[in-house]
Ligand binder design. Structure first.
Ligand SMILES: Cc1cc2nc3c(=O)[nH]c(=O)nc-3n(C[C@H](O)[C@H](O)[C@H](O)COP(=O)(O)O)c2cc1C
Length: 384
């Protein structure tokens, strides 16, 4: 098997097979079927919301590359009069710096330094992108999910429901069928803002936002909450998970906040923290599903998140590396990234799944190894 994998890794450097997950299933008996927000996916690799899901051509390239899903850039909510309570997040900034960042433990990973925030064009333009995403999703090419940031009140304030109704209502109308999939972003810049300075305030948002979003429209909503890394300790991250239990899916966790440089960052500090918190959470049968995000740059790292219950992965930074960092020599960045994530003979998803089998941690069912079995396999984490 390793010789086969090495051969495939080499020959796919020029071009990935059109249906890579189907090829992997046939060739290696590895079934990568995954799940995000209730959608079955051919494999777990998707794109997190951000600067790489702003435009139609980006969506097209990702669909053609064979990405499983894409979360659109986060739109900043507004009411019918165009008023935005989170208007400070609609910042225009195009310059991104992709750079290496050593972690506190001395491991060097990649991070993107960028001062921008949410969607900076009109709501109408966002809705046009949602309609395109809807069409791609319906055609079965790739799942596309909108993302929004909406009013978050201080403890003594009420929620601005009109902003929720107008924004979620507009997106639901553009989506045009039920259920409406949507992700609600709690971003690192929010974590660093005085708004998020109080624990009770954050916990209230996480408890109440799901109901506010569901009540804003008369169609069923499939809701993901993308949780921030608050500036508090790990125990508080667990409290946040508990408070957010009315969501369908939790995306854990958005980037860290560097208060000195006033920028969000990733790399190994991010994955170390995310994995540590996910490992210490109580595992429940009936709670939300999980998706992982943060410094996923190999199949092995993706499997670390999967072992802690994540049924899909949202990557951003790994799709932005200098071209020379990918082993593939042709294709879009998404294709090159998928090639490494899936086929790398040492660190790819196929290699990692086969190793779990060799270690006796994962067993074949119906002749196949199943990615989703990794999320519940024994020894994965501490069951409640
Ligand atoms: C430049 C940039 C912009 C981002 N913008 C958003 C955003 O608008 N909404 C959001 O939910 N996450 C946003 N993210 C977070 C990513 O989706 C992702 O969750 C995070 O970067 C961790 O994954 P990574 O380590 O693979 O980059 C952004 C990340 C980057 C690097």
């Amino acid at each position: 098997m390793p010789a086969r994998l090495l051969h495939d890794f080499e020959r796919f450097k020029r071009e990935l097979p059109r249906d890579a997950a189907g090829y992997i299933r046939e060739t290696y008996g590895v079934n990568l079927t995954a799940r995000y927000l209730g959608y079955p996916l051919p494999h777990p690799i998707g794109k997190g919301s951000g600067q790489l899901s702003l435009r139609l051509d980006q969506l097209e390239a990702d669909r053609a590359a064979g990405l499983a899903f894409v979360v659109l850039k986060t739109v900043i909510g507004e009411d019918a009069a165009g008023e935005r309570s989170m208007g400070a997040w609609a910042v225009h900034e195009s310059r991104m710096r992709v750079e290496q960042r050593p972690s506190r433990e001395g491991k060097t990973g990649w991070t993107v330094t960028w001062k921008g925030r949410g969607w900076d064009r009109s709501f109408e333009e966002y809705l046009a992108l949602v309609r395109t995403g809807r069409d791609i999703t319906r055609a079965g090419g790739m799942v596309v999910v909108p993302s929004a940031k909406l009013h978050l009140p201080r403890l003594d304030e009420g929620f601005r429901d009109r902003e929720y109704r107008h924004t979620i209502g507009g997106i639901a109308k553009a989506w045009g069928s039920a259920p409406l999939p949507i992700e609600k972003d709690f971003s690192p810049t929010l974590a660093g803002d005085s708004l998020a300075g109080e624990r009770a305030q954050i916990l209230r948002w996480l408890r109440e936002v799901p109901g506010r979003i569901r009540d804003a429209v008369d169609v069923p909503v499939r809701l993901a909450l993308k949780l921030m890394n608050a500036t508090f300790d790990d125990a508080f991250q667990l409290e946040m998970i508990e408070a957010a239990s009315a969501a369908d899916t939790l995306v854990c966790f958005n980037r860290l906040w560097d208060a000195d440089a006033a920028v969000a960052y990733g790399g190994y500090d991010l994955s170390d923290r995310n994995l540590r918190v996910l490992a210490s959470r109580p595992r429940r049968r009936d709670g939300p599903a999980y998706a992982g995000t943060g410094n996923i740059g190999s199949g092995r790292m993706l499997l670390e998140y999967a072992r802690l219950g994540c049924e899909a992965a949202q990557l951003h930074t790994f799709f932005q590396l200098p071209l020379g960092e990918y082993p593939a020599v042709a294709g879009s960045r998404t294709q090159r990234a998928l090639h490494a994530l899936l086929f790398d003979p040492a660190d790819g998803l196929v290699a990692g799944m086969l190793q779990l089998e060799t270690e006796g941690l994962l067993e074949r069912r119906g002749g196949e190894l199943h990615f989703l079995d990794v999320t519940t396999m024994r020894g994965a984490t501490n069951p409640a």
